[in-house]
Design a protein around this ligand. Structure first.
Ligand SMILES: Cc1cc2nc3c(=O)[nH]c(=O)nc-3n(C[C@H](O)[C@H](O)[C@H](O)COP(=O)(O)O)c2cc1C
Length: 342
């Protein structure tokens, strides 16, 4: 199924399970989603967009929903507390979307203030009404991304995962933290394990997966149908291919940043390999942007900072980036830095 994979959850014996790029505002723009897919992510989801703004045809909101023929499947994520706006936004997206994802996880006050995002974890009946209404309104699969609860009062996620299938949701992703926690503390994979046990639809685990070891630990602990990776992929989309290699799911030689120049890779040390992987990813990001959305300064600035973070000399290149006359010169400057290191 184009919009899959819809593998079921259950005890993990080391076999391949899907890896998803998490929706991230200001990060998962169209070229970055395409890049993550080429790096080994099975699915990528757009950043969240306000359903009310979409229904009012706010241009910046539609820009966040930008896709391209080469993006398959296209999975836009919407948020909102108003059922009519959620339904209308889903209807407007239905023709282009392969799946529509509903956000019940955002902790930002501007979102929770209007009882949307993670605030809906405290209003489970309303949350389920939204899911039911959107499912009834569109013919594409509807999925949900949620947290454990609000953190004030008992967690609601376990009750919700038992009821989401009846509401018509086809898959649920759980970020193992409450609204109150935001990003503090460790993600609670034990609650996700319990959710896997109770849910009849696939459960994707999310929170603190950054490499092969944490991916294996999370799959072992939760038995999730797949893993979603957020911060671990910022500036490092190669994390998807790296995890697949580390877990024995694919050969290192098949990674694009290795097959690009296998000889150089074979003789390179750790830091040089890091430069090589990041160089391939950055250059490919630029190519994909040129082919689809066009180069956008704001997106490039954010990714350039992330792609050069932690590399020797990275700080200096970030300082000169801002002096470049246009987007192409900016892209070339970052490429030259990553070339010199590799
Ligand atoms: C910069 C940033 C932006 C985010 N934007 C969204 C968003 O638009 N929609 C959403 O559901 N979650 C969003 N999240 C949450 C992530 O999707 C993910 O649930 C969270 O980062 C935990 O996963 P991780 O430990 O792999 O980063 C965002 C996270 C970050 C760091």
């Amino acid at each position: 199924m184009a919009s899959g994979p819809w593998t079921s959850s259950g005890p993990w014996q080391g076999e391949r399970r899907p890896l998803l790029l998490a929706p991230m505002a200001g990060v998962t723009d169209l070229p970055f989603r395409l890049l993550a897919r080429e790096c080994g992510a099975d699915l990528a989801i757009t950043e969240f967009t306000n359903s009310t703004a979409l229904t009012r045809e706010a241009t910046t909101s539609w820009r966040r929903m930008e896709t391209h023929a080469s993006e398959q499947p296209f999975i836009p994520q919407i948020f909102g507390g108003d059922i009519n706006d959620m339904v209308n936004a889903a209807r407007l997206l239905e023709e282009a979307a392969d799946v529509i994802d509903l956000n019940f996880g955002c902790p930002a006050p501007k979102v929770t203030r209007v009882c949307a995002g993670a605030a809906l974890m405290g209003e489970p009946e309303h949350l389920l009404d939204i899911v039911r209404a959107v499912v009834d309104a569109v013919d594409v699969p509807v999925t949900a991304k949620m947290r454990l609860g609000t953190g004030s009062g008992p967690d609601t996620v376990l009750d919700l995962v038992e009821r989401l299938p009846d509401a018509g949701a086809k898959r649920v992703c759980i970020h193992g933290r409450t609204l109150k926690q935001r990003y503090a503390g460790a993600a609670n994979w034990d609650v996700i394990a319990e959710a896997v046990h109770r849910s009849s639809i696939p459960v994707i685990a999310n929170g603190d997966v950054v490499d092969g070891a944490s991916a294996a630990a999370c799959l072992e602990r939760t038995g999730a149908a797949g893993l979603m990776i957020g911060r671990g992929a910022i500036g490092r989309p190669q994390v998807f291919g790296d995890i697949a290699v580390q877990l024995g799911w694919r050969d290192e030689a098949s990674l694009p940043w290795v097959s690009h120049d296998p000889e150089a890779w074979g003789s390179a040390d750790g830091i040089t390999r890091d430069f090589m992987a990041r160089r391939w990813c950055w250059n490919r990001y630029i190519e994909l942007a040129q082919r689809t959305s066009g180069l956008r300064t704001k997106w490039m600035q954010r990714h350039a900072v992330a792609f050069t973070k932690g590399l020797p000399g990275g700080k200096a290149v970030r300082a000169v980036m801002h002096e470049q006359p246009d987007e192409a010169a900016f892209a070339a400057q970052v490429s030259a830095f990553l070339n010199a290191g590799a």
